[in-house]
Design a protein around this ligand. Structure first.
Ligand code: IPM
Ligand code: MN
Length: 357
């Protein structure tokens, strides 16, 4: 098969982790006889610096004509501490999600047996945790308008908006995933306070009877945040709105042991995007120390979700597992007393493993 992917490294550690994920993708394609074409695009702070647009038209066109997008991270501290700046790197990521119609962000949270000790939670709590957080990605507070400041600058506002249609499509998708898994769905909201959450719950209750095999539970987000670390193995599929999903999945990474391990797939109307859930970690940029595994696992999701290539995805996952078992780990997940590997060394180990497999 021939596939064409858009490669968007972005900012900070983005280029380093993407380089590893792309090498892994290349060697998998070689191994399975697929023809890989790829093209780089700019986005985020680097695109602002070059052409003052964090998601340039050219990048959008590249994404549209590709079969999948492999995305690194965006963000740069020089924008974070200046509230007067109008154009921000994160707007590029949001624009990409919106324009590609990527309404669903799928974030699996699992554990690795040899990293159980890396979680600050007790091993018996996290062992066997395996759930999937489905985050709505193109609505809610991150997109609602109006957003801004009063004229005197002393009042700021964001708007949380959801339509029945937006909720229906994401909740339906979550039920479909639950059907393929352990048939349990947790609908996370704040229906005791928010109008949008009440609509979420109303719509979810209408859809639930169509999936009688799925056990549905409704949970307030504050409670879900607690339960996720108190009893992570109790979850199978969670579905929630944009900001709650953003927050809960960072929390979820604590179960796995490092932010550097959680991949994601964003799917919807046009080309799907595969990206790690972590950010651009600017302090580490260029140091060759960032964990590339979240991005490598995102590439595995790309083979699986975008191309339907299960064996290819499985091989990447087994390479990742093997690297962790062999202690070929970056500093964030390295066992005590062992030496930490660099980003690129982990990459070399993975490609070597896949080549020989
Ligand atoms: C994520 C990130 C982004 C988000 C930021 C960088 C805009 O935190 O993918 O979770 O909030 O969606
Ligand atoms: Mn986030």
């Amino acid at each position: 098969m021939r596939m064409k992917i858009a490669v968007l490294p972005g900012d900070g550690i983005g280029p380093e982790i993407i380089s590893v994920a792309l090498d892994v993708t290349k060697v998998v394609c070689e191994k399975f006889g697929h023809e890989l074409q790829y093209e780089y695009g700019i986005c985020g702070a680097s695109a602002i610096d070059q052409i003052e647009n964090p998601y340039p038209e050219e990048t959008h066109e590249l994404c549209m004509r590709s079969d999948a997008v492999l995305f690194g991270a965006v963000g740069d501290p020089k924008f974070d501490n200046d509230p007067s700046i109008k154009v921000r790197p994160e707007q590029g990521l949001l624009a990409m999600r919106k324009r590609l119609g990527l309404y669903a962000n799928i974030r699996p949270v699992t554990t690795f047996e040899s990293l159980i000790h890396k979680s600050p939670l007790r091993p018996e709590l996290v062992r066997g945790a395996d759930f999937m957080c489905i985050r709505e990605l193109t609505g809610g507070l991150y997109f609602g308008r109006p957003q801004g400041r009063s004229e005197d600058g002393n009042t700021a506002y964001d708007t949380c908006i959801y339509t029945r249609e937006e909720i229906t499509r994401i909740v339906t998708l979550a039920y479909e995933y639950a059907m393929k898994r352990r048939k349990k769905l947790t609908v996370v909201d704040k229906a005791n306070v928010l109008a949008t959450s009440r609509l979420w719950r109303e719509v979810a209750k209408e859809i639930a009877p169509k999936y009688p095999e799925v056990e549905t539970e409704y949970m307030f987000v504050d409670n879900a945040a607690m339960r996720m670390i108190q009893w992570p193995t109790a979850f199978d599929v969670l579905v929630t709105e944009n900001m709650f999903g953003d927050i809960l999945t960072d929390e979820g990474s604590v179960i796995t042991g490092s932010m550097g391990l959680l991949p994601s797939a964003s799917i919807g109307a046009h080309t799907s995007v595969f990206e790690p859930i972590h950010g651009s970690w600017p302090q580490a940029a260029g140091q060759n120390i960032a964990n590339p595994l979240a991005t490598v696992l995102s590439a595995a999701m790309m083979f699986d979700y975008a191309f339907g290539m299960k064996a290819e995805a499985a091989l990447i996952r087994s390479a990742v597992n093997a690297s962790i078992d062999a202690n070929v780990c970056t500093q964030d997940i390295q066992a005590e007393g062992e030496k930490a590997y660099s980003t690129s060394k982990v990459g070399e180990w993975l490609t070597e493993y896949i080549r020989k497999a």
